[in-house]
Design a binder for this molecule. Sequence first.
Ligand SMILES: C[S@@+](CC[C@H](N)C(=O)[O-])C[C@H]1O[C@@H](n2cnc3c(N)ncnc32)[C@H](O)[C@@H]1O
Length: 309
Amino acid sequence: MQNNYHLPVLYNEVLDNIVQNKSGIYVDCTLGGGGHSEGILKTLNSDGTLIAIDQDDDAINFAKERLKKYSENLKVFKENFVNLDIVLYMAGFDKVDGILMDIGVSSKQLDNAERGFSYRFDAKLDMRMDQTQSLSAYEVVNEYSEEELTKIIFLYGEDRFAKKIAHEIVKRRTLKKIETTFELVEAIVAAKKVKSLKHPAKQTFQAIRIEVNRELEILEKTIDKAVDFLNVKGRLGIITFHSLEDRIVKNKFRELERSCVCPSDIPICICNTKPKVKIITKKPIIPNTNEVNVNNRAHSSKLRIIERV
Ligand SMILES: C[S@@+](CC[C@H](N)C(=O)[O-])C[C@H]1O[C@@H](n2cnc3c(N)ncnc32)[C@H](O)[C@@H]1O
């Protein structure tokens, strides 16, 4: 049942590197199908606690059912992980021993046609992980200005045809609103007119999804919050799936490890900045070939870990 929902990536690598204290308090910010959470719960002893968060009701319902035998040691919150501080306050903890973020969408979200995340299925434009939020892909595609669309597709999709795609979307939507994923794909295909191995809509869909769910902004904010909740020696592990996310994590981790931020022309340090963390993974942990053969979605995953000092 769990494999149909989502196969956790870098499962052993997460458990080996994040769970250092079997009686500790851990947070899984991205519960999804509950694969990593179950691994953490299996590793903990009866004194350990896992706080699990997801913003998607479907994930919460599925994982609660899957993990019901661990209910004594598990607290589940339907929240955006950017509100980690609120969740920990509600759960009654001010420090934890480890935090996991396995970001992006789950296989279930991607494969469920109705959620409108995928260019492979025809569905209403949606792409909200939290289906109670008001902004969806429909508003982004039909209401954002051509300049805003260009910027999003260029920055979050890294598509060099961003201008052409935005122009085509705006041209089409003045005649008739773009309501479905396939209508959006048609506009993208018409704008790009190039053949490539990659699906022509892949980058634009990624860009719109990132915008709808404010994924990059939330990731950056949450790293800062998460670090302040870690006990000394507590670890934060983040799994990313594309270069935009990985760049944010890498740079943020470096910034947190820095000991001095004085301008280079000042002879002595006056900022007194102390490193908050030690980077555990100088290079990110990536899946082995076996894992990629079994789970193609793991192919671009990267795990980076820091430890609180
Ligand atoms: C890649 S899946 C996690 C899969 C999970 N590790 C497992 O083993 O099944 C990502 C999950 O995180 C959730 N998510 C993504 N961004 C979130 C955010 N900002 N706040 C809360 N949940 C988020 C998504 O709804 C999705 O269910």
